[in-house]
Design a protein around this ligand. Structure first.
Ligand SMILES: Nc1ncnc2c1ncn2[C@@H]1O[C@H](COP(=O)(O)OP(=O)(O)OP(=O)(O)O)[C@@H](O)[C@H]1O
Ligand SMILES: [Mg+2]
Length: 457
């Protein structure tokens, strides 16, 4: 194709081909001025063609008409900023997250908040800007929806989500400052991050005790019959369990030994008289950040997440729309879980991925490589946010799993700069190339700088 004006043709009203003019970049939106079918919005999914999106809406308030007649060769121009804005408006895109790049221009990029009633997967290599981008998205969900959020935060990246940056828009800053955002962690000044053993389901308790129903048949059975948790009681935590067991016979004392040998009484995570993380989430907090860094025993952070996820699942019939955000998801939802707590947690997350949607439990997972996250969770994600990714194998895997993202857009991932992303799925009007906007609140953790020569002793 040459430098002459572009023209496009559609034989079926659903796809189009460019028949003259420059090739396009995958993702570009064009407007085709047809003789009979009106002005048609199309999107290139490859350099010489793509899909028909619908008719350019005549009134900004109307919906996108996707029934389009086939059209003969007609002039095709880059969609203007207005065209892109109208497309977003009529498809309910309402959360500003940065800039949408299309053709030589673009427009503000908006996500459809209604599209978060699906699971979302965010991936990109280390330093591509995932955590930063996640912050931008979560801030906008906070401002633009009423969605409850629980953020499982392994690196304390979101512990300052309550603190607007000095230059942030004053109205947004005031709304964030007024929101009920609870930040829980293992060390002050954060509120204590705790879990309650007594109110966990039986199998989850057994997972914490590393009891296997078959391999540890006798102990498991004894546990089932001796420890009857009293819901709401604070004495039902592990200390109380050990005290009770030590008063019993030989078998009971053996179970007590197991608990002591596992070091569970030394864990800091037991709630006792304090509220547990899941109780704080259930009490109506708008956003609960679980800062998982800083526990002495890594099992404590998995266990507190298990308690939360079990509780959200147990309360699923209340249908409280909840976004469960998991940064570094390969830690909590790995493809190959190890240890009984992680196995149980992954089992529940797989269940939420498969069945959570109808109860309003939605996942937003972020990780560096798709293969590190459990495949049965990945395959349930209907929204994709892909940032820079160098590895051809990882890019190919993303393209294979998320078939709704045009392969040519995914293939560009090795060339993205920090903060650039491709977004596809229910939460966008059409697949978009986006440059993320700036955060409104303070980032928590950040990359550690190499000290200057004078600082090295
Ligand atoms: N869009 C952006 N604008 C400004 N700074 C950014 C942007 N994206 C990322 N950064 C900065 O780059 C650094 C790395 O970004 P980030 O922590 O988001 O990467 P990541 O993809 O989460 O990496 P990892 O996988 O190692 O966690 C951070 O210090 C962050 O502040
Ligand atoms: Mg990160």
């Amino acid at each position: 194709m040459t430098g002459q004006p572009r023209s496009a043709v559609s034989a079926d009203g659903r796809t189009f081909e460019l028949v003259s003019g420059r090739a396009t970049a995958a993702g570009d939106v064009l407007v085709v001025a047809t003789a009979g079918a009106g002005s048609v919005l199309v999107q290139a999914t490859e350099p010489t063609g793509g899909v028909v999106l619908g008719l350019v809406p005549e009134q900004a308030g109307s919906r996108l008409v996707t029934e389009v007649e086939p059209f003969d060769e007609s002039p095709a121009l880059d969609a203007t900023e207005d065209d892109l804005a109208v497309l977003q408006r009529v498809t309910g895109a309402d959360l500003p997250i940065g800039a949408w790049a299309s053709g030589n221009g673009g427009a503000a990029a908006l996500l459809r908040s209604s599209g978060f009633n699906r699971h979302t997967f965010l991936c990109g290599q280390s330093g591509s800007g995932k955590t930063y981008a996640l912050g931008v998205v979560l801030e906008q969900i906070l401002l633009g929806t009423g969605l409850r959020m629980a953020i499982l935060d392994p690196n304390a990246d979101f512990v300052r989500l309550r603190e607007p940056l000095p230059g942030a828009d004053p109205a947004a800053a005031a709304a964030i400052a007024a929101a009920d955002i609870r930040v829980l962690g293992s060390v002050p000044p954060e509120e204590p991050l705790r879990m309650r053993f007594a109110t966990m389901p039986r199998q989850a308790q057994a997972a914490v005790l590393q009891l296997d129903p078959l391999a540890d048949r006798d102990e498991y059975n004894l546990f089932l019959h001796t420890f009857v948790p009293e819901p709401g009681s604070q004495s039902g935590d592990v200390d109380g369990l050990v005290t009770g067991l030590l008063r019993g016979g030989e078998d009971e004392r053996a179970l007590a030994q197991r608990i002591e040998n596992l070091g569970l009484p030394e864990w800091d995570v037991w709630a006792m008289e304090l509220p547990s993380a899941s109780e704080i989430v259930s009490s109506g907090a708008r956003v609960t950040v679980l800062d998982l860094a800083g526990f002495h025993d890594p099992r404590e952070s998995s266990a507190v997440c298990l308690d939360l996820v079990e509780s959200l699942w147990a309360e699923r019939h209340q249908r409280t729309p909840t976004l469960i955000v998991i940064d570094e998801a390969h830690n909590l939802c790995p493809a190959e879980p190890s240890g009984s707590i992680q196995e149980r947690l992954v089992e529940r997350l797989v269940q939420i991925a498969a069945e959570g949607r109808k109860y309003g439990l939605w996942l937003l997972l972020s990780t560096q490589r798709p293969s590190k996250v459990h495949p049965q969770v990945l395959s349930q994600c209907d929204n994709l946010m892909l940032m820079r990714m160098n590895s051809p194998a990882d890019v190919a895997e993303v393209a294979g799993i998320f078939g709704f993202a045009p392969p040519a857009m995914v293939a560009a991932a090795p060339y993205f700069r920090q903060g650039e992303a491709v977004m596809a799925g229910r939460f966008v009007p059409c697949p978009m190339r986006v440059r993320m906007g700036t955060r409104l609140t303070v980032e928590g953790g950040s990359d550690v700088a190499v000290p200057g020569a004078g600082a090295v002793s």
